[in-house]
Design a protein around this ligand. Structure first.
Ligand SMILES: Nc1nc2c(ncn2[C@@H]2O[C@H](COP(=O)(O)OP(=O)(O)O)[C@@H](O)[C@H]2O)c(=O)[nH]1
Ligand SMILES: [Mg+2]
Length: 292
């Protein structure tokens, strides 16, 4: 059997999580239009008859500006190490300093690299040229132009990935699609809806913790807390007459029911925790898995 870890690296919003989901054929990692959606290192597992590929999704690499940002940066950088292969993803719609920072980090690695230019469905010719020059700088000759969202070029890319993996063990049971527990997946679904529905600093000031899960025969009850940093943010999260939190709840419940394949009762609570993005204890809980 061939197997291995494939780190999906790149600047924020280039489509790393979308690509990982496309490979696995399930929504393992949340996606939004806003940069900084992914906060953790998430393994998405694809098991085929003779191959197991573990895609390592990561936060986008960019200059950190607060304590949580520094954690995200550390997680993304340390995830680059110890893989069998790195996919360096850029977007055909925008190449900038963030991509060059990632390129510099990748240049230091000894791991083989495949270049991926994503979003060719909305490509801009001048950026395609810049993408090529970034890969030239890294002496990466293996470059695939794809659209993760339309599943274009992803099969060819997958074939190339498979051919580059070493002989190895089956790391995970074949039915497993992620190394993350259900409670994490649920908290991520809720966070995705917050990223979709709220704006400006609100999604970045939000965190979700699952307080309790009760499994009855016909229904699973989930009690979750959404943390924000200020009273004013709490008011926005709740919305006029509770409209916002209700909408977050409706969309989240639908996805959680799909995930669990059961009816779900979801109770969301919004709590203010001043400056939690600077709080070592809370960050320690959020990044327990990554900090080892
Ligand atoms: N047009 C287009 N949009 C894409 C494609 N891949 C991802 N996106 C969009 O780009 C945004 C960021 O995607 P995401 O996977 O969260 O990026 P990440 O931050 O690199 O993980 C989302 O709005 C995606 O729907 C693509 O191939 N084409
Ligand atoms: Mg992501």
């Amino acid at each position: 059997m061939r197997s291995g870890f494939v780190c999906v690296a790149g600047a924020p919003s280039v489509g790393k999580s979308t690509l990982v989901n496309a490979f696995v054929g399930e929504k393992v990692s949340i996606v939004s239009q806003k940069p900084g959606t992914t906060r953790n290192r998430i393994n998405a597992i694809l098991t085929l008859s003779d191959t197991q590929i573990i895609f390592v999704d990561t936060p986008g690499i960019h200059k950190p500006f607060h304590r949580m940002g520094r954690y995200l940066f550390k997680i993304a950088i340390s995830a680059l190490d110890g893989n069998d292969l790195v996919l360096f993803v850029v977007s055909a719609t925008r190449i900038g300093s963030a991509d060059r920072i990632v390129a510099q980090k990748i240049k230091e690695l000894k791991t083989p690299v495949i270049g991926v230019v994503n979003k060719i469905d909305i490509a801009n010719e001048s950026y395609l040229k810049e993408a090529r020059s970034i890969f030239d700088y890294l002496s990466v000759t293996d470059v695939f132009e794809i659209s993760a969202i339309q599943n274009k070029g992803t099969n060819e890319l997958l074939g190339r990935i498979k051919s580059m993996l070493p002989e190895g063990p089956q790391y995970y049971p074949e039915e497993m699609i992620t190394d993350r527990p259900t409670v994490f997946m649920i908290s991520e679904i809720i966070r995705e809806k917050i990223f979709e529905l709220t704006h400006e600093e609100i999604p970045y000031s939000s965190a979700v913790e699952i307080d309790q899960m009760e499994e009855d025969e016909n229904i699973t009850k989930v009690y979750a807390t959404i943390f924000v940093e200020k009273d004013s943010q709490r008011a926005i999260m709740l919305g006029k007459g509770g409209k916002m939190i209700k909408q977050i709840g409706i969309l989240s419940r639908k996805d959680i029911e799909y995930l669990l394949d059961k009816h779900v009762f979801l109770s969301l609570h919004v709590k203010v925790k001043t400056n939690w993005t600077e709080d070592e204890k809370m960050l320690g809980r959020m990044f327990r898995e990554e900090l080892g």
